[in-house]
Design a protein around this ligand. Structure first.
Ligand SMILES: Nc1ncnc2c1ncn2[C@@H]1O[C@H](COP(=O)(O)OP(=O)(O)OP(=O)(O)O)[C@@H](O)[C@H]1O
Length: 274
């Protein structure tokens, strides 16, 4: 099984704040990971490291066979597809949807003087079709709804045929119908054996698409648990991650979580016993 990324003892420190500590993680070609954790857990920081946008303070990061710090990140980044709210904010006003997608071939945002081949445009249209927004290709990105923008950014992330796909809270801010529809699209992507290795960040187990194989739970910059999805996504691990007694249920591959009423005494006993 080919390895896509390996992190050994990774830490990120800013001033006196430890954003990430002791992160050991291996991602293989066929893996589809979900990273779950509360606000401020370090999820986005971890994704920034995986996207070669942030160099860690300590430890070793091997991305697609290249060691961060000893490789040209500008050659590495196009091999990694990424979506995030920060990226959406950087799309220039007035940018056409099809150009938001096609410009990913050069790992730039905002078309300027690059010359694209007709094949690139064809691929952009195919990808927009794959995520269900082909009809919006000629629209201006800033006129799209939140859900439509998220889909366009997934198409953009796939444009360079990446070997690793990073999705930072792809369903955040969507209404129920929008979330379910996007989770359906992401499920097809996760289940597609030809698709690249994937890492999806979320706060909510309800947003885990079908096809996700592994979970990494993060709290305070440290891994609480990581491994195959069903072994990792347990009541005990999730309760520790969110600091709240939680009960999880799974039905047909979709997950839900709720706080356990009067569960605090049980939770306190269990965590105190560690
Ligand atoms: N430059 C910085 N200096 C100090 N602290 C920082 C810096 N950048 C981020 N942080 C802190 O690091 C922590 C982790 O941030 P990060 O954005 O990775 O968390 P997250 O899990 O993605 O959070 P959220 O779910 O709220 O998006 C937060 O407490 C944040 O305030």
């Amino acid at each position: 099984m080919a390895e896509v990324a390996e992190l050994v003892g990774v830490s990120v420190i800013r001033g006196s704040a430890e954003l990430l500590a002791d992160i050991d993680w291996q991602i293989n070609e066929s893996d589809r990971w979900v990273v779950i954790g509360p606000n401020g857990a370090g999820k986005t920081t971890l994704l920034q490291v995986l996207g070669a946008h942030l160099h860690p303070t300590g430890g070793m990061v091997d991305l697609l066979g290249e060691i961060l710090g000893a490789t040209d990140v500008f050659e590495l980044r196009p091999r990694i597809g990424m979506t995030s709210a920060a990226l959406a904010d950087k799309v220039p006003r007035g940018e056409k949807v099809t150009d938001v997608v096609v410009s990913a071939s050069y790992a730039v945002l905002g078309r300027w003087r690059e010359e694209y081949e007709e094949l690139d445009h064809e691929r952009a249209r195919e990808l927009l079709d794959q995520v269900g927004v082909a009809h919006l290709a000629e629209r201006t990105f800033s006129t799209l709804s939140e859900g439509e923008r998220k889909r366009v950014l997934v198409a953009r992330a796939l444009m360079s045929d990446p070997e690793l796909l990073l999705l930072d809270e792809p369903a955040a801010g969507l209404d129920l119908a929008g979330r379910e529809s996007l989770v359906g699209t992401l499920s097809r992507l996760a289940l597609d054996t030809r698709a690249p290795a994937q890492v999806l960040v979320t706060h909510h187990v309800e947003e885990i698409p079908l096809g996700i194989t592994h979970a990494l739970l993060l709290r305070g910059g440290r891994i609480v648990a990581s491994g195959p999805l069903r072994e990792t996504l347990t009541d005990a691990n999730m309760s520790e991650t969110f600091g709240l007694p939680l009960a999880l249920t799974e039905s047909d591959g979709r997950w839900a979580a709720r706080a356990v009423p009067n569960g605090s005494a049980r939770f306190t006993r269990r965590t105190a016993a560690r």
